[in-house]
Design a protein around this ligand. Structure first.
Ligand code: LHQ
Length: 259
């Protein structure tokens, strides 16, 4: 249900249940978690591309997995979130390497919000983001209410969540929900371009930067200044900084080794 390819310096992880638009069942969750754990542990992996096989990125939870019309006890969706979705979102945010989400087609429900948990989100022009939850009597999850409200503000967040209308990739980029919308044929080449850049970049500084920016929306300015000081102190001790300055002074490209 998940393909994990290793390239020179980065990995491509592909959600792979295309007959169900890569909707999540337990197996896909466990395989994605294992792939991201492997990326975290592997020093040779310095960036991750997350994408979907076929015509969609992901349609969220596999609804045929837990059909309430089947009768029986009502499912505990809070437990499903705490067991599968919340750990995934935390894992993506904690991973000390940039995650590039290449949204190749529709991203709906938790599938949209998993895409939005990426550090760099680029989407094909034909893709769209759907907060589909209200259509089935649920609330947005997998961080959706957080991403939408912080990136778009309450007016757009509420309209997207309450109407469940698809947001085209181009509008998502104009509104600042994602980084870029690109032509469909260009999507994977663009994703690889970012991955290759990060695979040759200062990996430790990227990790610190990612965590600083994530902390900014809940920190006060004073807390953020203190965190920048502490993280810059760490960055300043690194071989990467030494190499970066040496390369600058010698007018040559830096050779960051990522270790
Ligand atoms: C699917 C799905 C799907 C199964 C398409 N499941 N088969 C929920 C509960 C529990 C715990 C925690 O969290 C959550 C969070 C959630 O994610 S809730 C939201 C779940 N997702 C949705 O409600 C989206 C449902 N899907 C759709 O609305 C449409 O499929 C979209 C708009 C995504 C795409 O529409 P189309 O391009 O027209 O494709 P399609 O509907 O024909 O789908 C293609 C196939 O994929 C189809 O199967 P079939 O056998 O008929 O070819 C669908 O049944 C299947 N599929 N989404 N979530």
């Amino acid at each position: 249900a998940v393909l994990h390819e290793k390239h020179d310096g980065y990995a491509t992880v592909t959600l792979n249940r295309p007959h169900r638009l890569n909707a999540f069942n337990e197996d896909q969750h466990l395989r994605l978690r294992a792939a991201l754990d492997d990326c975290a542990a592997d020093d040779d992996c310095r960036a991750v591309i997350l994408t979907g096989a076929g015509r969609g990125f992901s349609a969220g939870q596999d609804l045929s997995d837990r059909d309430p019309t089947l009768g029986g006890p009502r499912p505990d969706l809070g437990l499903t979130l705490e067991t599968y979705y919340n750990p995934l979102i935390r894992q993506m945010r904690a991973l000390g390497k940039p995650i590039i989400c290449a949204v190749n087609g529709v991203a709906a429900g938790a599938g949209a919000n998993i895409a939005l948990a990426g550090d760099i989100v680029i989407a094909a022009r034909s893709a769209s983001f759907i907060q589909a939850f209200s259509k089935i009597g649920l609330v947005p999850d997998a961080g959706g209410t957080w991403w939408l409200t912080r990136r778009l503000g309450e007016a757009r967040a509420k309209a997207l969540a309450l109407t469940a209308e698809p947001l085209p990739a181009e509008t998502a980029a104009e509104w600042g929900l994602i980084w870029k919308c690109v032509d469909d044929a260009e999507l994977m080449a663009q994703a690889r371009k970012f991955a290759e850049k990060f695979a040759n970049g200062p990996t430790a500084a990227y990790a610190l930067t990612k965590h600083l920016i994530q902390a900014a929306s809940t920190n006060s300015l004073d807390e953020q200044l203190a965190m920048e000081r502490n993280f810059q102190h760490k960055a300043g001790q690194s071989d990467e900084y030494r190499e970066g300055v040496a390369a600058f002074l010698q007018k040559r490209p830096a050779n960051f080794r990522g270790k």
